[in-house]
Design a protein. Sequence first.
Length: 171
Amino acid sequence: MFSTTVRENLDPFTVYTDDEIWDALEKCRMKTVVQNLKLKLQAPVSEGGSNFSVGQRQLICIARALLRKPKILLLDEATASIDSESDEYIQQTIREAFGKITIITIAHRINTIIDSDMILVMNDGQISEYDTPKNLLTNEKSEFSGLVDDMGENAAEKMRQMAGVEVCPDR
């Protein structure tokens, strides 16, 4: 984030109206937070956004992307530095706000990609698998299935259920 104002972080080139900015903030569940700031959109942003939580910083960046209306959104470890509750909150916001565009997500947390249309698994810079989460998890020999199993029995079962895989009681 830039050390300017909330508004300039969302709209650095002054292209959007305040209404458009408030709408983006609302879609990202940050409208109330910004409204509660003394100067609202003109509130200062500290260096690196340190006056916001990590999750709030991510949501402001998502609002910035929402304003630009991209056809493709690249998320590189967008939720790596936050707790699982904030991760889930941000993932839900991304699904709702960008439901009709192509999203390429680089992630190590499987729960952030388990409901993706397709998953590409890379190993040493090479593509090792590419398929739907359901197909990858149905194949017990797949690398992705192994990664899910490494999460532990309860988490693996949850991931399989989220991917639409029927979980056997003896699994």
